[in-house]
Ligand binder design. Structure first.
Ligand SMILES: [Zn+2]
Length: 404
């Protein structure tokens, strides 16, 4: 116990926090077996592991579909499971505003409310709040913002974010962080330092022991700041570590450079979560650089805009060239959509504005990313990861932005 308090004191000094109240019996440096991460195999920096959660073990690397409003858009939980998803992410900001985190709590938490019985993750709300440019004001204690729904005024602090996430009840929750414009160097330093102080406050605010709280590494695209942030967040001893502030307009090379600096500075025995990434190429390059968990709205958002990942590049199923196309979206894909439907049928649904178009394309796009990551896991386990990377990159080239 003495060491625990001594450790907290050191962390507070590092984060330049003023002690205002007696410290709670928090869990600095102590990982519950409930959240044990087992590293099975590595190849280069690519990793295959298992992360235990109260709703089941996650086999990593893993790609998580996003269910912003406690639903993966256009899919039932059974369909989400059928495409191979094991982890689902939901958004604190949106659920706090609507229907309210206390209502979700009263319905047994997110798992029960939305009927997803597998592992879940919530973000801290920070990214969404900081995306509300012009309608939010940040200070040392937290952020004041206006709802995008009705303009009402709200305030998030690290303590508030954790309280909301405890009401929502996901298995993995996030420390409240400050996201900065990657091109504003002066702001990035301030935001990183504040993120560190807020990470300490987030850990102290946690009262539930059945949720894994991840600290978040910030620091823009500056390698020195990223390294400093990785070391600080790693020192908190949280059961996992997230890498935030990427996929926000920086170049691919900048993102890769950040991962090359951050991941080697993180502990081997904790999962690493790259937030909000990405495209098939991003997943390959991320796993290659030691990332274990990914999430992104891209596959379902593209589906609602009639687009599908394919080895030919990104397809736009609204295109007239598919009017009589008898092929599936991807002839080599084993998903429900590709096993049963032609491009011509899906194009018909798109043109007729039928909701099933979004469902079928979401199934395909999610299946593509989830199984790409599963394939990479198998390759790390059997030692063939590096030799398969060129073929994966070649197969998925053109899916970042190209539309046909
Ligand atoms: Zn498919």
């Amino acid at each position: 116990m003495f060491f625990k308090f001594a450790f907290i004191r050191v962390i507070r000094q590092l984060a330049n926090i003023r002690v205002k109240k007696p410290l709670p019996l928090c869990t600095f440096g102590i990982i519950s077996p409930m959240f044990e991460y087992t590293l099975h195999s590595t190849q280069g920096r690519a990793r295959a592991g298992t992360f235990n959660t109260p709703h089941g073990a996650l086999e990593t690397p893993v790609f998580a579909p996003v269910g912003t409003q406690a639903t993966v858009k256009t899919l039932t939980p059974a369909q989400v499971k059928d495409v191979g998803a094991s982890l689902v992410l939901s958004n604190t900001y949106h659920l706090y505003l609507r229907p309210g985190d206390e209502l979700v709590r009263d319905f047994g938490g997110l798992h029960n409310f939305m009927q997803w019985d597998g592992p879940m993750l919530t973000d801290s709300g920070g990214f969404q709040v900081f995306s509300l440019s012009g309608t939010r004001k940040v200070d040392e204690e937290g952020v004041t913002f206006r709802s995008h729904i009705d303009g009402s005024k709200h305030r998030f602090t690290p303590e508030k974010s954790i309280a909301i996430q405890e009401n929502l009840g996901a298995d993995i929750i996030m420390a409240f962080d400050e996201c900065a414009d990657p091109n504003d160097e002066a702001y990035i330093v301030k935001a990183m330092e504040r993120t560190h102080r807020w990470a300490v406050r987030s850990v102290e605010a946690q009262t539930r022991s059945d949720q894994a709280l991840f600290g978040i590494v910030q620091g823009g695209v500056n390698p020195d700041l990223r390294l400093e942030s990785a070391k600080f967040i790693a020192s908190l001893g949280t059961p996992g570590i997230a890498i935030g502030g990427l996929s926000v307009g920086e170049t691919k090379k900048q993102m890769h450079d950040v991962l090359d600096v951050v991941n080697p500075a993180l502990p081997e025995d904790k999962p690493r979560y790259l937030m909000g990434v990405g495209t098939p190429e991003d997943l390959i390059e991320g796993v290659r650089r030691g990332v274990d968990i990914f999430d992104c709205v891209l596959p379902t958002r593209l589906a609602r805009h009639h687009a599908a990942f394919s080895p030919e590049g990104r397809l736009n199923l609204k295109n007239a060239t598919f009017k009589r196309d008898e092929r599936p979206v991807d002839e080599s894909c084993t998903c429900y959509t590709c096993q049963n439907f032609t491009r011509a049928y899906i194009r018909h649904l798109v043109v007729a504005k039928e909701l099933l178009a979004g469902t079928l394309l979401s199934i395909h796009n999610l299946h593509a990313l989830i199984h790409l990551v599963k394939d990479m896991r198998v390759a790390v386990l059997d030692g063939t990861f590096e030799e398969q990377v060129p073929a994966w990159l070649d197969r998925w080239a053109g899916n970042a932005s190209k539309n046909r």
